[in-house]
Design a protein around this ligand. Structure first.
Ligand SMILES: NC(=O)c1ccc[n+]([C@@H]2O[C@H](COP(=O)([O-])OP(=O)(O)OC[C@H]3O[C@@H](n4cnc5c(N)ncnc54)[C@H](O)[C@@H]3O)[C@@H](O)[C@H]2O)c1
Length: 386
């Protein structure tokens, strides 16, 4: 079987999720190209070596530029903070590598457009990891929409809520610094909601937004405090939060539908509440990531005496996307499986000379929407996207 060498940049939350997917996708899916886990790249050698040893990366490195330029690397997986996406993706494209890139896509629309152009010019497969497109229940939602179950779409309504920074002592990690993260929760979770809305409803034409930063200063982090598990600040010295803590916006879609989007990391009790509802002329769909194996649907075409929301358990192999490669019906899957589905489709795109969505084009579209919302929030006006 043909093999391809993969280098991953980033060793923590996404580094682990992606490593798991590169290691195990060929064990569950019939891949035409076998990924070889060649190099893991991080910022500290000990931590990077630990990831390599745990997941089976052959080498560890702290020099991503050198690794991306290596002729024996075929695929570059970028799982580093957002400010690095642009230079890493540009370098990967320049060296002709296929690119598997985390979201949010970039810091600015200009960067996003350059990244898309560079990847297209290089003729490589490019992918932005909006992993939720590969939840089987969301695939079912897409299928039902395509088949007319919802009819003409009137409304998109989404919330993506978490609570991990509600404690004012949570330290000022990179997620809360504009120069590293670009946006706050607006980019972190909002980019996922925008991508899902574009996938399921269509392009967004105008936006009217509000953002707020509830906690304006936080303790500076200890040197290991980079992730969700950072805990309380380890310093009495304070630093300024330079991104949004919450973002709400209203949208007009090109097809005439209206949408509302709410994202916050200040919603106590909501852990990963990626929830959306779609209402149309024939029926409705609702999804909640915290119950990710289920899809709720309502049809106006059911007999009037038997109408009501019903819940589909989306675990039927042969009926529901990706499921046949996992377990028998009802033996539910989880968050990590989305990453396997993405790796499988990414390898398939390389093998067939095709493409995968969402890709860098979708990354540009995502950035245009996110940026327009910030412009609207700052100006107090409705803003056209793009
Ligand atoms: N798709 C999802 O569901 C999802 C979830 C969380 C994060 N993300 C995205 O993934 C990316 C990484 O987030 P994370 O939560 O894994 O962050 P993290 O803080 O847990 O890990 C970041 C990693 O990047 C590495 N890194 C930083 N600078 C580097 C450099 N110059 N060279 C090499 N490595 C470097 C760090 O060593 C660390 O291993 C972000 O863009 C984030 O938005 C996506």
């Amino acid at each position: 079987m043909k093999t391809m060498n993969v280098a991953i940049i980033g060793t923590k939350f996404m580094g682990k999720a992606h490593s798991n997917a590169w290691a195990n996708t060929p064990r569950f899916f019939d891949v035409g190209i076998k990924p070889v886990m060649k190099v893991a790249v991080g910022t500290d050698m000990a931590g990077t070596q630990k990831l390599a040893d745990t997941w089976g990366w052959e080498e560890a490195s702290v020099n991503w530029r050198e690794v991306v330029a290596r002729p024996d690397i075929d695929i570059v997986d970028i799982a580093a903070p957002t400010n690095l996406h642009y230079e890493m993706a540009m370098a990967a494209a320049e060296h002709g590598k296929h690119i598997f890139l985390e979201k949010p896509f970039a810091i600015t629309v200009e960067q996003a457009r350059e990244m898309y152009a560079a990847a297209q010019k290089a003729g490589v497969v490019h992918y932005v990891n909006h992993n939720y497109r590969r939840v089987p229940a969301i695939r079912l939602a897409k299928r039902l929409i395509n088949e007319g179950f919802v009819g003409r779409i009137f409304h998109w309504r989404s919330t993506y809520l978490q609570d991990w920074i509600v404690d004012p002592n949570f330290p000022l990690t990179w997620h809360l610094r504009k120069e590293v993260a670009g946006f706050g929760v607006h980019g972190d979770l909002g980019s996922h909601s925008v991508d899902l809305a574009r996938y399921l409803v269509g392009d967004i034409q105008t936006v009217t937004g509000f953002t707020s930063t509830f906690i304006k200063e936080r303790p500076l982090p200890g040197k290991d405090a980079a992730t969700f598990s950072a805990g309380s600040g380890e310093s009495t010295e304070m630093g300024e939060v330079t991104v949004d803590d919450a973002s709400f916006f209203l949208a007009e879609f090109a097809n005439g539908a209206l949408g509302s989007f709410e994202v916050s990391r200040f919603a106590p009790g909501r852990k990963n509440y990626n929830y959306f509802e779609i209402y149309g002329s024939e029926g409705s769909i609702a999804f909640n990531l915290e119950r990710m194996n289920e899809l709720q649907i309502f049809s106006r075409n059911d007999p009037a005496y038997a109408q009501g929301f019903r819940t589909i358990l989306v675990t039927e192999g042969g009926q529901h996307d990706y499921i046949a490669n996992w377990w028998p019906p009802g033996h539910t899957i989880g968050y990590e499986h989305e990453f396997h589905h993405a790796v499988y489709d990414f390898l398939k795109a390389i093998e067939t000379g095709g493409s995968i969505e969402p890709n860098f084009y979708d990354g540009v579209k995502e950035m245009e929407v996110l940026t327009a919302v910030i412009e609207s929030a700052e100006s107090g006006h409705k803003v056209s996207v793009g």
